[in-house]
Design a protein around this ligand. Structure first.
Ligand code: GLP
Length: 247
């Protein structure tokens, strides 16, 4: 695992953007795996700016998002589809038809899982998968105890994940209880993984990851088996004193 420690969240966002720009220069038809949550927001802001300055062209890029809440229509403001539209897609030159996110309200949940996994195979796997990490070590929405060899599936969110994500909703009880997520096996199919961590809240998870112990109760440890992971974190996530946080 390549480990890059930067001073703060701003530098982390800049570095992550540079890595994505480099990837798209190398292959303009890159498939990018994308993530939600607070951590990638700065990266998306930098990418919007880079796109505006002509430093990156998304015309031939395709995207595959990791996950979506179950029960939220794709037009719901808190759905990950709307999150991605707001934070990235609507502000860059990508055609919506090239952006893929699981459907959170399909007629048949199992069928949607199969459809999404087949899509990963058909247009992917991602050349570069952007990943955040949950405080409990979840990746995508693969919670502790998840099948380390699972593909796209439905999960019940833990109380700690629902509490961490409540900040995006008006009321705590509005946070969905279930999600559809790429499985760990699906995530590991990516050619390269760009893992981001910012702020003290992530320090414990990062410490566990760097200790290198494979543990089904710590899903991020599955990344240890991947040949090309780049971890970019700020000093606070590394456990050093730092002032910034992704929010
Ligand atoms: C969310 C997302 C993950 C994300 C993680 C961390 O629940 N499903 O993809 O990486 O939690 O979120 P944040 O970046 O807001 O700390």
């Amino acid at each position: 695992m390549e480990v890059i420690i930067v001073n703060d969240y701003e530098q982390l966002s800049q570095r992550a953007c540079d890595i994505i720009v480099e990837q798209v220069h190398m292959n303009p038809e890159s498939v990018l795996g994308l993530a939600t949550g607070g951590t990638p927001l700065g990266t998306y802001r930098e990418l919007v700016q880079a796109n505006g300055n002509g430093k990156i062209d998304f015309t031939h890029v395709s995207t595959l998002n990791l996950d979506e809440y179950i029960g939220l229509d794709s037009s719901h403001p808190q759905s990950y589809r709307q999150f991605m539209k707001r934070e990235l897609f609507d502000a860059i030159n990508i055609s919506e038809t090239r952006t893929h996110i699981p459907d959170g309200r399909p007629d048949d949940l199992e069928e949607e899982c199969r459809r999404y996994e087949a899509l990963i195979e058909a247009i992917g796997p991602p050349d570069l998968q952007l990943l955040g990490i949950g405080e409990n070590g979840h990746i995508g929405f693969n919670e502790p105890g998840s099948d380390m060899d699972g593909e796209t599936h439905i999960v019940e969110l833990t109380e700690s994940t629902r509490a961490a994500n409540a900040r995006f909703f008006d009321k705590d009880e509005d946070v969905p209880a279930h999600a559809i997520t790429m499985g760990i096996r699906s995530i590991l199919k990516s050619k390269r993984i760009l893992l981001l961590a910012s702020g003290e809240r992530k320090a414990r998870a990062i410490k566990r990851l760097l200790q290198g112990e494979k543990d089904v109760n710590f899903p991020a440890s599955a990344l240890l088996a991947h040949p090309h992971v780049t971890l970019v974190m700020d000093q606070a996530a590394y456990g050093m004193k730092g002032e910034t946080d992704a929010g």
